[in-house]
Design a protein around this ligand. Structure first.
Ligand code: EPZ
Length: 418
């Protein structure tokens, strides 16, 4: 087991480069299942979740070659269509193989992902959409059994905006007969990145980034060479890190247009964020102003930045109201922040943060990916030492976060414990 130790109080200065986006890499790696031949993916972040999806692709019979941030996948000889419980329970994004396996093989057996720390996270909209495309779906012994002689294009409406639901059905529809429309589709940059990758493979997708995506089915797809977009949530996390420590950092290899809501709200809190050639300059200042935030589907404020923003509000001068509208249990980090001295009250999906207090270092426990990022951020600002345990959560979605923060001057290190 490992822990991350942080001695707070250091101003961050210098330049940090953002890695490829986890939530773009996962669906794009899975899209390789739709074709044979070698697909090449560059700027793939080295993360636990990427290792998990590569293991799943290999389990299915694909060949996967990895060299640092480049991954090549050849699914020419798929031999299995099952995503086992052991893999799916460690990473729910494994359900993304449903659509491509049905499209390619007409068969898929995927473990139901079950709930996770932040909520029940059902996949009913994925399954309903696949049924509308002509798949027969049944559940047995915790597994989704899906089969389809052929998939036929149709009109699909999502009751709730779902990112991986949109991605799963986009991948199911690319080889379907006829045209599919996805209405109330997710508009995240990662959805657009997947659509672009599929179009490079010969798919005919239009409307990605709008609430209505149209997919004209084609007979076959060809391998592609794709560079993964920068991770907007990692970018937002470093923006907060500079703001919290009255730092002055430059963030490069990022795409500011993918996180305008975050930039607007952090600016509203009194932080200087300027676009410079090649990236963003982020200068923290005092006082930090209290700002209300409501998480929404893109282009609204991302739920994956809620915990990080809450830490900034703990140091702000007044009251801020944070509403989490996407997941029903995404305030788990609050208890740990309270142990560091934060004054936060939670009622339902609303957290009221009374700022103006400084945080003190403490032993804390990570519970999910973004909550663990918020605890590291809190440690940077806290007086004294913070020990974050269960750091495997952070390694799922941040590439070498402690090395990047140390390069910016943070007193942070990873230690092995028994
Ligand atoms: C994606 O999860 C991201 N993961 C999440 O990032 C992110 O928090 C989330 O989108 C919201 O932006 C990946 O892209 C791999 P949803 P996803 O389906 O697709 C409900 C991270 O930290 N819903 O958009 O699973 C669901 O319960 C992770 O990187 C249904 O009810 O989220 C939730 O309330 C965490 N039925 C809402 O929709 C369904 O069939 C949005 O979920 C599907 C979803």
């Amino acid at each position: 087991m490992e822990k991350i130790l942080i001695e707070g109080g250091r101003r961050l200065e210098g330049t940090v480069a953002i890695s490829g986006a986890k939530n773009a890499a996962l669906p794009i790696l899975v899209s390789a299942l739709l074709t044979d031949g070698w697909n090449t993916y560059q700027n793939v972040p080295e993360l636990r979740d990427v290792m998990t999806i590569n293991k799943l692709l290999t389990e299915l019979g694909a060949r996967v070659e990895t060299e640092k941030n480049t991954v090549r996948v050849n699914a020419g000889a798929l031999s299995r269509y099952e995503a086992p419980y052991e893999l799916v329970r460690t990473m729910r994004a494994s359900v993304l193989v449903l659509g491509p396996l049905l499209a390619r093989l007409g068969r898929a057996r995927v473990s139901l992902p079950g709930g996770c720390a932040i909520g029940a996270r059902p996949i009913n909209l994925h399954l309903r959409g696949l049924e509308l495309l002509g798949a027969e779906i049944s559940l047995s012994h915790g597994y989704i059994e899906a089969k389809a002689k052929s998939l036929k294009g149709t009109d699909i409406y999502f009751d709730i905006v779902t990112v991986t639901g949109t991605e799963n059905l986009m991948m199911a529809a690319v080889l379907a007969e006829g045209t599919t429309t996805l209405r109330n589709a997710a508009r995240e940059p990662e959805v657009c990145a997947l659509a672009e990758a599929l179009n490079q493979m010969g798919a005919q997708i239009s409307g990605a980034g709008t609430p209505m995506i149209t997919i004209r089915g084609v007979d076959t797809l060809r391998p592609a060479s794709v560079t993964i977009i920068p991770d907007r949530i990692e970018t937002g996390t470093f923006i907060i890190a500079s703001a919290l420590t009255q730092g002055n950092i430059k963030i490069v290899s990022c795409e500011p247009s993918h996180l305008t809501a975050v930039i607007h709200k952090v600016r509203e809190a009194g932080v200087t964020i300027e676009e410079e050639p090649g990236g963003l300059r982020v200068i923290g200042g005092e006082p930090i102003c209290s700002v209300d935030v409501k998480t929404l589907p893109y282009p609204g404020f991302p739920t994956d930045m809620q915990a990080q923003f809450m830490v900034l509000m703990c140091l702000a001068s007044g009251l801020s109201v944070i509403s989490e509208t996407i997941f029903e249990n995404r305030f788990i980090h609050v208890c740990e922040l309270q142990r560091m001295g934060a004054n936060i009250k939670v009622s339902g999906n609303t957290a009221i943060v009374s700022g103006g207090k400084s945080l003190t270092g403490a032993p804390v426990m990570a519970t999910d990916l973004r909550a663990s990022a918020s605890l590291i951020l809190a440690g940077l600002a806290a007086k004294g030492t913070t020990e974050v345990s269960r750091v495997y959560h952070i390694d799922r979605g941040y590439e070498a976060i402690e090395k990047k923060l140390a390069q910016l001057g943070a007193n942070i290190r990873r230690v092995q414990i028994t």
